[in-house]
Design a protein around this ligand. Structure first.
Ligand code: GLN
Length: 563
């Protein structure tokens, strides 16, 4: 028999059970549930809790990779290659963390696993049912994410709106988790309160109905975040409290504000951090550090010196909303890099279609900007315009930063106009080109032939090495990097030697030297002409702006100073 150890009970046996906060939407979607969930995480993280976040998208797509960014917003990519909702980017940026595919689920993904398990006889002959086995799988995933992050608190955002047919099973999972752990689960409803123009006052009725809808699923919200264009007054707070069974002090006013980074501070002003701790029986692990967050973003608001950056893309004709949603990570990365240099970024969205012919007069508008960025993209639309823009900024020494497609098009431009490989192209646009300087990755060829579009790109984090003395190395201050990818095509290895025969340099490659990851022109030729095959915007965070964005902004400021 083993003798009993005399050591004290390990601290872990005394620690809190994990806590779960579900964030659900009432009345309409698109009122900032993702930012609300991220901000709740920020408040709890500031108090010392280890926080992780999960996004649930109720659609049947297995991941966001097959969705059009103009309809659904940016496709965000994680280190492990998961293609997911842009809210995952918000979580990573607000929480300063790195998430994995366990933190993202869709109806399609959950069903896929349950069906696979059934086929593998893992249910041991049982009848596999929508209601029980699907919510159980959802709960298993939530617990897995908690475990792998060793999280004290898991925030789970359920996409869509309460009452939607499609999120019912996720709400059922939430209810079941609450039954199992009554003291460890909290529900926050982010609801919308309209102010009809003819009436002129905020209406609480839709929210009352939304709460009843939620009640029908067996869930009672602990907190209501009242989203509206103005603040909530006492009268409406009391009304909501009375008709929704939520304490008045737990109804938080969440008016529209200019910067998403003010949301945590606003919530804190209404005591949300303490309220959630009270609901979940948590205590501060240390004094809140939220002040540092507030100071950082308040200071940034006061920067008056501007840096003007033109972003050239193709999705721009659908309005501002689409713009900011399709390029959210690029936009935020430009902000962080600018704040790092104590300047205010001013972004100008240029439609590539405007530059389809090489008209120097028209292109001279680019001289107005301190830097030009060509972000990622797919397909043939706007390609010639982007190539013309790249040629103009190369010839006129305007700081240029290309990302993914932006790098591929920079290579094509250089091949055509400097190396005179007339008609050089990417096979993505011109499969018959004589000079396929950009070609499909060999492993992707087969997938495309079989129409396997899902998960069919080079996805996620890969290591790369940087050339000594390069601009890239100076920016990163290291020679080994890891960056996130999302592309099907690459610089054709057969052309690397030709492409590098003049000034263009490949200063970042895969460790085995086969894949070209970064191009640049030497500083004697161009002050800043850098492009990368990966997506640096997916790893940029407020307090650690990405080195390439920082270098780009620094050179843009140099151009500005020289004027
Ligand atoms: N369309 C290009 C490719 O698939 C670039 C992709 C991107 O910019 N994300 O390789």
């Amino acid at each position: 028999m083993k003798t009993r150890s005399k050591t004290k009970t390990p601290a872990s046996s005394k620690t809190q059970p994990p806590k779960y906060i579900f964030v659900v939407g009432g009345v309409i979607s698109g009122v900032g549930k993702g930012i609300a969930a991220s901000s709740i995480g920020t408040l709890l993280k500031a108090r010392g809790h280890n926080v992780t976040a999960i996004k649930i998208d109720p659609y049947v797509n297995v991941d966001a990779g097959t969705m059009n960014p103009t309809e659904h917003g940016e496709v965000f990519v994680l280190d492990d290659g998961d293609e997911c909702d842009q809210d995952m980017g918000n979580y990573e940026r607000f929480l300063g963390t790195t998430l994995s595919r366990t933190n993202y689920m869709t109806t399609g993904r959950v069903y896929q696993t349950v069906i696979e398990k059934e086929r593998n006889f893992e249910y041991k002959g049982k009848c596999v049912q929508v209601c029980l086995h699907i919510p159980l799988e959802v709960i298993a995933r939530i617990k897995k994410a908690q475990k792998s992050a060793q999280a004290d608190v898991v925030i789970i955002e359920i996409g869509g709106t309460v009452g939607d047919y499609e999120n019912i099973l996720f709400l059922e999972a939430a209810r079941m988790l609450k039954i199992e752990n009554p003291n460890d689960v909290a529900f926050v409803m982010v609801s919308y309160l309209p102010v009809p123009s003819k009436v002129g006052e905020m209406k609480t009725k839709p929210t009352q109905h939304a709460v009843r809808n939620l009640n029908e699923t067996g869930i009672q919200p602990d907190v209501i975040l009242a989203r509206s264009n103005t603040s909530l007054d006492e009268k409406r707070k009391e009304k909501l409290a009375l008709f929704c069974n939520v304490r008045a002090d737990r109804i938080i006013s969440a008016p529209d504000i200019e910067s998403i980074y003010d949301v945590p501070t606003n919530f804190e002003r209404d005591n949300l951090g303490n309220i959630l701790q009270e609901v979940l029986g948590l205590q501060d692990k240390h004094a809140s550090t939220l002040r540092a967050w507030k100071t950082f973003f308040d200071t940034a608001k006061k920067y008056t010196k501007e840096v003007h950056i033109a972003v050239v893309g193709k999705y721009f004709d659908t309005g501002d909303f689409v713009l900011s949603d399709s390029y959210i990570s690029v936009i935020e990365s430009l902000k962080y890099a600018s704040y790092g240099r104590k300047v205010k970024p001013v972004l100008h969205w240029l439609n590539a279609k405007e530059f389809e012919v090489y008209d120097k007069k028209k292109l001279s508008v680019l001289k107005k900007y301190d830097g030009v960025l060509v972000p990622g993209g797919f397909g043939s639309q706007g390609v010639e315009g982007k190539i013309n823009v790249i040629r103009y900024v190369r010839e006129n020494k305007i700081p240029f930063f290309g990302i993914c497609y932006g790098m591929q098009l920079a290579v094509i431009e250089y091949a055509r106009n400097v190396l005179k490989l007339i008609g050089a192209h990417t096979r993505e646009v011109d499969p018959q080109t004589t000079y396929p300087v950009i070609d499909i990755l060999p492993e992707q060829k087969e997938k495309l032939a079989k129409k396997e579009y899902g998960n069919s790109m080079r996805l996620g984090a890969y290591k790369a090495v940087l050339k000594q003395g390069s601009l890239a190395e100076r920016a990163y201050k290291t020679r080994e990097i890891s960056e996130r990818h999302r592309h099907r095509y690459e610089v054709n290895p057969l052309f690397v030697e030709t492409l590098a025969s003049k000034d263009l340099q490949f200063t970042g490659t895969s460790p085995d030297g086969t894949l070209m990851e970064i191009i640049e022109l030497p500083k004697e030729v161009h002050p800043f002409f850098v492009a990368c095959q990966f997506h640096p915007e997916f790893k940029s965070q407020p307090f650690s702006p990405h080195p390439l964005f920082t270098a780009f902004i620094a050179h843009a400021l140099k151009k500005k100073a020289a004027l």
